[in-house]
Design a protein around this ligand. Structure first.
Ligand code: KE4
Length: 448
């Protein structure tokens, strides 16, 4: 009897590359969330991204909703971004001196976000939040930070406390190596809970330097602020002389050209940016009104610096990306694609009999896989997951089963329940419909 041929391993080359990678890099990755550990498989290696698609080492093609975790709002390698970077690289990548592209990108940000008239460029979101906290502490001469559980602000020691994203996916929200003394000044409150914030102010108000939040929490999956939450934080900060810091590394230029602060019309004192403003190259920024930013060295005493900060190559990519968004048309296109995806996911989950809460703001979307008790709580249309605890109660095993069928079906999703999917202007209605077709089988597989 002829032996039946072993099914071809569609990830053979990626597995071979991963075996090499783990010898050279911790976990075989450059960032934990890429490890695919939480979805029970070794990670794929990508060799090319174009438009809405990725191609991996085994030549599998995917409709991509990771989009580099947010920067690629115009898809992979948009022609104008590519041209801008190609033009700049011929003139050099970094000068160690000022260059005009820095002014151009800073001006685009200032024009788009009225509360960010002045910025300092850095090289990642983490650097932006780390520097912004130092600024808030330096200006207020206070030490305490208030952060919301589940919000992820990069791997800053003082902020790696009940953080979301990869810090949650791997189940150790507070990392070893962070001394108690460092986090002793970090107070954690539940997201979307004004009472909790008021209580911490009642106890520590005069010592609180800054309240920092993701104005839309994207790092436990997508959780929008409940009505009045952001304004309530604003009022508490005003009452107690603390600063309000919006970490818009993910939401900046994502949910609106003016960011979440524009969408919800709430004024932060300091804003952190990243991802989209770098158009796929490493950039971060923190900004505020001039009287605050002029406290930053060399204009003021609060020190912060960076070799590649404001490098013209990354600036060129950021300028070209924001120029693609400036006329605002992209956001109506992204809203329509996001709504199509939301409706499709809800219908597909329903017909598969899987309890899922699909939560979305614009082109950021997450299907939360609910366990029974949460599923029974779900009222049509009301957000089920409103904070970290409710996200952690989700069925991550069901998400893992869903993820694998989607991957095998040619759809690349974040390999974690606690991440947002990102839709870009390179995605088409056909891509969304094809994704929903694969999701029908994936929801069925997700059922335990
Ligand atoms: P980076 O240091 O990774 O550029 O930015 C940190 C950061 C800060 N603030 C917010 C709101 C963020 O979402 C992030 C980074 N986001 C994650 C994705 N959830 C980055 C992915 C990764 O860690 O590889």
């Amino acid at each position: 009897m002829a032996k039946s041929a072993k099914p071809k391993n569609r990830y053979a080359k990626s597995e071979k590359l991963f075996a090499e990678a783990v010898k050279l890099m911790p976990g075989g990755v450059s960032s934990p969330v890429r490890s695919f550990k939480s979805v029970g498989m070794s990670p794929v290696f990508i060799k090319e991204g174009k438009g809405a698609r990725l191609i991996d080492a085994d030549n599998n093609s995917y409709i991509d909703y990771v989009m580099s975790y947010g920067p690629l709002i115009a898809g992979h390698c948009p022609p104008t971004v590519r041209a801008a970077v190609a033009k700049q690289i011929d003139k050099g990548s970094s000068y160690g001196c000022n260059s005009e592209p820095e002014i151009r990108l800073a001006a685009l940000i200032a024009e788009a976000m009225g509360h960010v008239p002045m910025v300092r460029f850095v090289n990642s979101g983490t650097e932006a939040t780390m520097s912004a906290v130092r600024l808030a502490r330096g200006v207020t001469k206070r030490d305490l930070i208030v952060k919301a559980a589940g919000c992820y602000h990069g791997h800053v020691d003082a902020l790696l406390v009940e953080a979301g994203s990869g810090a949650t996916t791997h189940g150790h929200p507070s990392s070893p190596g962070v001394p108690e003394a460092v986090t002793a000044n970090t107070l954690v409150v539940a997201y979307n809970n004004l009472e909790a914030a008021a209580k911490v102010f009642a106890e520590h108000g005069a010592r609180i330097a800054v309240v920092m939040v993701e104005p839309i929490c994207g790092n436990i999956g997508v959780v929008a602020p409940v009505a009045g939450y952001l304004q309530g934080l604003r009022e508490l900060c005003d009452k107690h002389g603390a600063m309000l810091l919006f970490d818009e590394v993910m939401t900046g230029f994502r949910v609106a050209y003016g960011g979440a602060q524009g969408l919800y019309s709430v004024r932060p004192d300091i804003t952190c940016l990243g991802k989209i403003i770098g158009g796929g190259l490493p950039v971060g920024a923190y900004g505020a009104k001039a009287e605050i930013m002029n406290q930053v060295s060399p204009a003021g005493p609060i020190y912060q610096a960076g070799t590649l900060s404001g490098n013209p190559l990354a600036m060129a990519a950021g300028i070209a990306t924001l120029e693609l968004l400036a006329d605002g048309n992209a956001y109506s296109q992204l809203e329509a694609l996001g709504a199509r995806m939301e409706t499709g996911l809800i219908e597909a989950a329903k017909s598969a009999g899987v309890a899922v809460a699909v939560q979305r703001v614009g082109s950021m979307i997450t299907p939360f896989f609910l366990k029974n008790e949460a599923a029974s709580k779900k009222q049509e249309g009301s957000p089920v997951v409103q904070n970290y605890a409710e996200a952690l109660a989700c069925d991550t095993a069901a998400y893992a089963r869903f993820f694998k069928v989607m991957l095998d079906g040619g759809v690349m999703l974040p390999p974690s329940q606690f991440e947002s999917w990102f839709i870009s202007t390179a995605h088409t209605e056909g891509d969304i419909d094809a994704t929903i077709d694969v999701a029908k089988g994936a929801f069925a597989a997700a059922k335990s």
